[in-house]
Design a protein. Structure first.
Length: 284
């Protein structure tokens, strides 16, 4: 059983929950950018929460079922069709052999998540089926004609619905200051927490780049490379912040002014160029 790729869209990747814990080998975690959407979609089709899915950037992905399958589409919000008939996201969909699922351009959010009953069974690399775009690990991005092998589905599916819970144009994420906030002036820290930060179009799975006031340093010099993690807010030499995504490098030399609380990094998977990100200080 499989799903065949008719059209791959802008960038469609196989993802699961990644390969955490391999930083000492120089391997980043990767995995789904919107992990909440992954868990929701897998729950709907009866998969274990970490089963491999397709994460599709923007619209244009078209998949044809080579056998009967149940699928679920979560994450972004926008037009979906099966053989040209509009269908709802956030619910189980039944595909008959030969039917085509098409994902339109999202009206809210940026990334679709597509799960299929049985999960996608591409060969794992270092224990994960995720594509790491920085390290070039895992399966290649989807291409026209590619066959996505599907495992044996579970007995049951969920009748629940997961409507997309996305804000239009602005999102607020919680941040814990440090470990290098002392490298910046108090005014810079205040600017980080009070300014509206615009998402730069060159953002990707490695990092969400933000435009706004330059964050002034309180000290000169270069920081020795040190470990970083998903959600780290690095400040480049231009004074602009970059929030690291799932395909981040395992070390970095830019000072980290703060770290986005881990669950809130899923929200950054859905921000679009020009959207506003705001940071709210979180005290554990």
């Amino acid at each position: 059983m499989s799903l065949r790729v008719l059209e791959p869209g802008a960038l469609s990747l196989v993802q699961d929950l990644g390969r955490p814990g391999l930083g000492d080998l120089g391997v980043g975690p990767s995995g789904a950018f919107d992990r909440r959407a992954l868990r929701e979609a897998n729950h709907l089709v009866g998969n274990p929460e970490g089963a491999a899915i397709v994460e599709a950037l923007g619209g244009g992905l078209a998949l044809v079922a080579t056998a009967a399958h149940v699928v679920a589409v979560t994450g972004a919000a926008g037009p979906l069709t099966v053989d040209g008939t509009p269908v709802n996201s956030g619910r189980v969909l039944a595909l008959r052999r030969g039917q085509v699922l098409r994902l339109g351009v999202p009206e809210l959010g940026l990334r679709w998540t597509v799960a299929v009953g049985g999960g996608i069974t591409v060969p794992p690399v270092l224990g994960s089926r995720s594509t790491d775009t920085l390290a070039a690990l895992g399966p290649a991005p989807l291409s026209s004609g590619a066959e996505l092998r599907v495992g044996v589905p579970a007995d049951g599916v969920s009748l629940e619905a997961y409507p997309a819970a996305l804000a239009s144009g602005e999102v607020t994420v919680r941040v814990v200051l440090g470990p290098r906030d002392d490298w910046f002036t108090p005014a810079a820290v205040a600017d980080l927490l009070s300014s509206p930060w615009r998402v730069d179009p060159v953002s990707d799975r490695i990092g969400v780049r933000l435009d706004g006031p330059a964050l002034e340093r309180a000290r000169d010099g270069e920081l020795e490379s040190e470990p970083v993690l998903r959600g780290s807010i690095q400040v480049t030499t231009s004074g602009r912040p970059v929030v690291l995504g799932p395909d981040h490098p395992v070390t970095g030399g830019y000072p980290v002014i703060g770290v986005v609380v881990d669950p809130d990094t899923d929200l950054l998977a859905q921000v679009r160029p020009g959207d506003v990100v705001r940071f709210r200080r979180h005290r554990a």
